[in-house]
Design a protein around this ligand. Sequence first.
Ligand code: GUN
Length: 292
Amino acid sequence: MQKIDGKATAAAIKAKIAEEVRQLVAKGGKRPHLAAVLVGHDGGSETYVRNKVLACEECGFESTLIRYEENVTEEELLKCVDKLNHDDNVDGFIVQLPLPKHINEEKIVMAVDYKKDVDGFHPINVGRMSIGLPCFISATPLGIMTLLQHYNIDTNGKKCVILGRSNIVGKPMAQLMMQKAYGNATVTVCHSQSKNIKQECREADIIIAAIGVPNFVTADMVKEGAVVIDVGTTRVPDGTRKSGFRLNGDVKFDEVAPKCSYITPVPGGVGPMTICSLMTNTLAAGKKEYYR
Ligand code: GUN
């Protein structure tokens, strides 16, 4: 069994990006600039956004954090998005989700200029990705594809089971794993209404768990030699930690790991790769790689 080190892989990729930015700037180019919009004070979102800003520093990017209180109106937020859309100094931006209930997330996502949508959430990017056109790809699925590639894990013709059908992980992951240019695998997507999840998983060469249910994947669901990718990051109370919680994956790591050829831990697996992929997308935005 080999434990996949997302932290080390992300560090290596960020170092490469930083070197490219150094060369870009030395030639008189502009540093890529990422803006992040954060609404309210949700602990998880605060941590994610802080880590995104830190990653920008590591990569030599410019970053701007725009904060709003929980009671910001939808109109104010849409105005902010419009301003960022038209700010030539900003190459890409994200609006951290989830947003407060009185704001229509879909409306905000749709308002982002797809050419600056480094989250890859806009329907134009989702659509382009699904037919294999150059575009921004959602950071977590892109991070997982990068990890599989980095570890030379063969996905060609393999049976891949994806647990979860969210717009930001399950669905784009299924697309990437299916496509010839990426996974080229046979893909099954399971969700809360699937009848035979255990059996589907037992037949899988690759399991990608993204349902947000701690310890859902148990040893009896995993074939000997399977590759298991754990996207779960549920916060569970832990009195022994300073923060008062720990991150729990969707996979019962201790019992599943011995059966795997490769497995990602939580934390230190997929998580660091998500932010790393946002940096990859921001560099591409800065270089106008996909869109002029
Ligand atoms: N909330 C959880 N993951 C993400 C992400 O990748 N991007 C944004 N904008 N919000 C998130």
